[in-house]
Design a protein around this ligand. Structure first.
Ligand SMILES: Cc1cc2nc3c(=O)[nH]c(=O)nc-3n(C[C@H](O)[C@H](O)[C@H](O)COP(=O)(O)OP(=O)(O)OC[C@H]3O[C@@H](n4cnc5c(N)ncnc54)[C@H](O)[C@@H]3O)c2cc1C
Length: 538
C-alpha cells in the first residue's frame, strides 16, 4: 500500500463530476484548492535510535534482511489509515516512525524478538496491514528510547481446513484476499469482508474485534474465532479449538480485541462455511430512516435478516443518489414512482443473501415479506449489484478528497433499538454544531449495517471543507461526536477498536475496575510494558 494513502500507485479513482459540484455547493470547497502529499524525500524522519546491542540481537533472531531501517520502510509503518494519520503523513510528518521494521516468519521468531525487546526496553508495535483507523499502529514510546514495528506479513503460510468440522487454522499475517483465495480452493469461506479487506490481515481482525460487511449473516470475527495462539513476553498462550467450553472465564475473549497490548496473535482457528454458490443483492426503499430501522428491527428479531443489511439515512441516501444519477428515463420513472408512494425523501436499503440457491431464495422471500409489511418498496437487484461492485472503492475516493482539501472521516457506534433514533440524532447534531460553529458546516450521513436482536450499529461519515489547522478541526469534531456517543448510551466503538484515539473513553466503557483488570493481565503477560504502549488502556 502506498505510504500516504490507500491502494497502490496507479490505482486512482476519479471523483464523479456530480461530486465536484456537491463539494462546491454544499461544503463551499474551493474547486481549485489542492493539497497533494509531499514527496517521499521531503518527509521528516528522525534518525533511528535503536540501541546497537538490541539491533544485533534482533538481527541474529531474524536474519539481517528481515530487520529494516530504510526510509521508505519506516515511513510506511509510521501511521495507520485514519484521517489524522493521513493528514500528518501527507504533510511529511513521520516523527513517530518506528526505529526499525521487523519481519518474523514464525511464532518462535516472534518470541525471540519479544525477549530481545523486553531485555533492551524497546517498545513493540504489532503491525498487520496497518489499516487501523484509531491510531493502533503508530508507535508511542512512552518514555522508552526506541520502538520497532513488528510486521507480521511473513506469518502467512498456514491455511489448514478441517472440512468435517468446518474450521480453519489461519496464520495471522494472511491478508484478506489471500486467505479467502486459499479457503475458496478448499470450497469454504470465512465470510469476513471489512471494507479494508484488501489490505487488512487475519491477525489484525482478531486483535481489533472487527466486523465485516456481511457480519450480520456470517458473524463478527469475535464470533468466528474458535481459538488463538498468542505469543506474549511472558510466554505463549494457546486456547483450545473446541466448539464451546465451560472452563471458567474465557482467555480467548481476553486475547481477542487485545490490540497488541498483551502479545502477538500468531494464528487463529476460525469457523468457516461452504463457499456460497449463489448471491443475490437487492435494493429497498423506505419512506424514512425511522421506518426503515423499524422494519430492520422486526426482520432481525424474527431471525429473518439477510447476510448483508445496510440502511442509509436520508442524508446518505440523497448523496449516493446524486452521485450515482445517470439521468436516464428509466431512473426518472423509478423516482417518480417512489415519489408517488411518499418516498421522495426516502431511504435506501441494501440486503444481500448468500448460500445455496434454494435456501437463499427461501430466506429472501421471508425477508421480503417482512420488509414489505414494514413499508418497504423493492427497487430490484440493480442497486444491490452496484453496491457489491463498489464495496471496496470508498477508501480510494478518500485520497482524492484529501487532495482537494476536504475533511472526510468516519466513526461508528452501536446501541439498543429503543435508543437508536435518539443516538443517531445526537451524534449528527454534535458534529454539525462542532464544525458549523467553526464556520465549516459538514455534511453528516449515517447508515445502519450490523443488526442484533437487541440493537444495531450506526456508521457515520462526515465531510467538511478542510481548515488550515486540519488536525485541530478533526480533534474538535471527534471529541464532540465521542462525547455525544458516551452521553447518549452508545459504545465508543462497535468495530474500529480503541487504539490511541478512543483511549480516553475506555473508562466510560468498562469502568475503573475493568481498566485495572486489563492492566493486571498486561502486567502479568508483559511485565516490561513493551507491548504497544499508549494503546487501549487510558
Ligand atoms: C478504509 C478502511 C475501511 C475499514 N473498514 C472496516 C470495516 O469494515 N470493519 C472493521 O472492523 N474495520 C474496518 N477498518 C479498520 C481496520 O481495517 C480494522 O481494524 C482491521 O481489523 C485492522 O486490520 P490490520 O491487519 O490492518 O491491523 P493493523 O491496522 O495493522 O493493526 C490494528 C491493531 O491490531 C494490532 N495487531 C495487528 N495484528 C496483530 C496481531 N497479529 N497480534 C496482535 N496485535 C495485532 C495492532 O498493533 C493495532 O493495535 C477500516 C479501515 C480503513 C482504513
Amino acid at each position: 500500500m502506498r505510504w500516504w494513502g490507500w491502494g497502490e500507485d496507479g490505482h486512482a479513482v476519479a471523483l464523479p463530476p456530480a461530486a465536484e459540484a456537491l463539494l462546491r455547493d454544499e461544503l463551499g470547497a474551493d474547486p481549485e484548492a489542492r493539497r497533494p502529499p509531499v514527496g517521499l524525500d521531503e518527509v521528516s524522519l528522525p534518525e533511528s535510535r535503536l540501541p546497537a546491542a538490541a539491533g544485533e540481537r534482533l538481527a541474529a533472531a531474524l536474519g539481517g534482511e528481515h530487520m529494516r531501517d530504510e526510509r521508505e520502510e519506516r515511513i510506511g509503518h509510521a501511521v495507520g489509515r485514519s484521517y489524522p494519520d493521513l493528514v500528518r503523513i501527507r504533510a511529511g510528518d513521520a516523527s513517530s516512525a518506528p526505529d526499525a521494521v521487523l519481519r518474523p516468519a514464525s511464532a518462535e521468531q516472534v518470541a525471540a524478538v519479544l525477549a530481545a525487546c523486553a531485555e533492551h526496553g524497546v517498545a513493540v508495535v504489532p503491525f498487520g496491514g496497518g489499516t487501523s483507523v484509531v491510531g493502533g499502529v503508530e508507535p508511542v514510546r512512552d518514555g522508552r528510547d526506541a520502538a520497532v514495528s513488528l510486521d507480521l506479513g511473513r506469518l502467512d503460510s498456514t491455511v489448514e481446513v478441517d472440512r468435517t468440522s468446518l474450521t480453519a487454522r489461519l496464520d495471522a499475517g494472511l491478508f484478506g484476499p489471500e486467505a479467502e483465495r486459499r479457503l475458496a480452493s478448499e470450497g469454504v469461506t470465512l465470510g469476513h469482508f471489512p471494507q479494508s479487506f484488501e489490505y487488512s490481515t487475519v491477525g489484525g481482525w482478531v486483535a481489533t474485534r472487527s466486523a465485516g460487511q456481511a457480519s450480520t449473516g456470517y458473524g463478527r470475527i469475535d464470533e468466528l474465532v474458535e481459538a488463538v495462539r498468542c505469543v506474549t513476553p511472558a510466554g505463549e498462550i494457546g486456547t483450545r479449538a473446541v466448539p464451546a467450553s465451560a472452563a471458567g472465564p474465557s482467555t480467548r475473549e481476553l486475547l481477542v480485541g487485545s490490540e497488541g497490548v498483551l502479545g502477538v496473535i500468531c494464528e487463529a482457528t476460525v469457523r468457516v462455511r461452504p463457499a456460497p454458490a449463489y448471491r443475490r443483492y437487492e435494493g429497498w426503499s423506505f419512506a424514512s430512516f425511522a421506518e426503515g430501522c423499524d422494519a430492520f428491527r422486526v426482520m432481525e428479531q424474527a431471525e429473518a435478516s439477510a447476510d448483508v443489511n445496510r440502511l442509509s439515512d436520508e442524508a446518505e441516501t440523497s448523496l449516493s443518489m446524486a452521485l450515482a444519477s445517470s439521468g436516464s428515463r428509466a431512473e426518472g420513472l423509478g423516482r417518480r414512482y417512489l415519489r408517488l408512494r411518499g418516498h421522495e425523501r426516502g431511504c435506501i436499503a441494501i440486503v444481500g443473501f448468500e448460500g445455496e440457491e434454494d435456501e437463499a431464495e427461501r430466506r429472501r422471500r421471508h425477508t421480503a415479506a417482512l420488509l414489505r409489511a414494514g413499508g418497504g418498496i423493492s427497487i430490484g437487484p440493480r442497486p444491490g449489484a452496484a453496491w457489491l461492485r463498489s464495496r471496496y472503492s470508498g477508501p480510494y475516493l478518500r485520497d482524492e478528497l484529501l487532495d482537494r482539501r476536504v475533511m472526510v472521516e468516519t466513526l461508528e457506534t452501536a446501541t439498543s433499538w429503543s435508543n437508536l433514533a435518539s443516538l443517531h440524532g445526537a451524534v449528527a447534531e454534535a458534529l454539525r454544531t462542532a464544525l458549523g460553529g467553526r464556520g465549516t458546516p459538514p455534511l453528516v450521513m449515517c447508515h445502519v449495517s450490523h443488526l442484533y436482536p437487541s440493537g444495531a450499529s450506526l456508521y457515520f461519515t462526515f465531510l467538511a471543507r478542510q481548515e488550515d489547522d486540519a488536525l485541530e478541526q478533526w480533534r474538535v469534531a471527534k471529541t464532540a461526536a465521542s462525547e455525544a456517543i458516551v452521553a447518549g448510551g452508545g459504545t465508543i466503538t462497535h468495530h474500529h477498536a480503541i487504539g490511541r484515539d478512543h483511549r480516553q473513553w475506555m473508562r466510560a466503557e468498562v469502568g475503573e475496575l475493568g481498566i485495572e483488570l486489563i492492566r493486571a493481565a498486561k502486567e502479568r503477560l508483559d511485565p516490561a510494558g513493551i507491548m504497544n504502549p499508549g494503546k487501549l488502556l487510558p
